[in-house]
Design a protein around this ligand. Structure first.
Ligand code: ADP
Ligand code: MG
Length: 247
């Protein structure tokens, strides 16, 4: 639960103000808003990369500042737009999510995440050594590995920062499917660009000018014909209709 959270990276330049959000167990929440609205910042606060200036964030009634950092982060499965990789093999990068996982569990997770196709096409498969930040594979492939790692971790709360750019539509469709599998039966918070994520969300939170300005289900927000409905209409014109492929 996020209660009256205020945050600024630099004093006097608020990024988030009076953010209130209750996330029921097992629900899928989508967060939308223009670039720079503070969506990723909210995720940074949940992970305690930064602490709130005012207000609090609790998980099962415990303030995250009172939790061990390792136990907080192990309960969160985070798939970032740009997942973090070590300059080592794909296998080691995947097992970083869960050191106790077996080879079979890793392969099964990669299969569920639709990552096994591209891994098996690599000459060295799981033994392929990634360069720093995984720059020798595509952004879409890095996201599939990020999702595989999250499946292996089996976290109680999933946090996804969806990538939109530089991803070919085949990989995008695979990512979409993998995310649906990953989100099933879990509490999730997704920074959502894809229409399918937004449509399936239990609640959509719209952040603009540091605040939550609208919230509701997709039909409710379209019906309201407010900020989200306009943002969405603009995006559709710009991004064309690729998202319709995933309906
Ligand atoms: N590490 C940082 N230091 C200072 N300002 C930052 C930092 N990260 C983000 N910001 C600023 O905070 C605001 C919100 O950024 P961000 O949360 O990344 O937005 P979004 O994810 O919604 O696009 C932006 O104005 C951005 O420039
Ligand atoms: Mg962001």
């Amino acid at each position: 639960m996020i209660y009256n959270v205020h945050f600024a990276y630099d004093e006097g330049k608020p990024v988030l103000e009076a953010i209130n959000l209750t996330v029921p167990h097992g629900s899928a929440i989508a967060i939308v808003g223009p670039t720079g609205a503070g969506k990723t910042t909210l995720i940074n606060l949940l992970n305690r990369f930064y602490d709130v200036n005012q207000g609090s964030i609790t998980i099962n009634r415990t303030d995250i500042r009172d939790m061990e950092l390792t136990s907080l982060r192990s309960s969160l499965g985070v798939v970032l737009q740009e997942p973090f990789f070590f300059a080592t093999t794909i296998r080691e990068n995947l097992l970083y999510g869960n050191q106790n996982a077996t080879e079979e569990e890793m392969i099964e997770a990669a299969r569920l995440a639709n990552a096994s196709h591209f891994i098996s096409r690599l000459p060295k498969g799981y033994d392929t050594v990634l360069t720093e930040r995984g720059l020798n594979i595509s952004q879409g492939e890095r996201q599939l590995l990020g999702i595989t790692r999250a499946i292996l971790r089996n976290p109680s709360i999933l946090i996804l920062d969806e990538a939109t750019s530089n991803i070919d539509s085949l990989i995008e469709a695979q990512i979409q499917k993998a995310m649906i599998i990953l989100m099933k039966g879990r509490t999730s918070l997704t920074i959502a660009h894809r229409l399918s994520t937004i449509k399936n969300a239990d609640r959509i939170i719209v952040i603009h000018n540091h605040r939550i300005i609208e919230e509701g289900t997709y039909p409710e927000l379209i019906e309201k014909n407010g900020f989200y409905a306009h943002l969405y209409a603009m995006q559709q014109t710009r991004e064309n209709i690729t998202e319709d492929m995933f309906k």
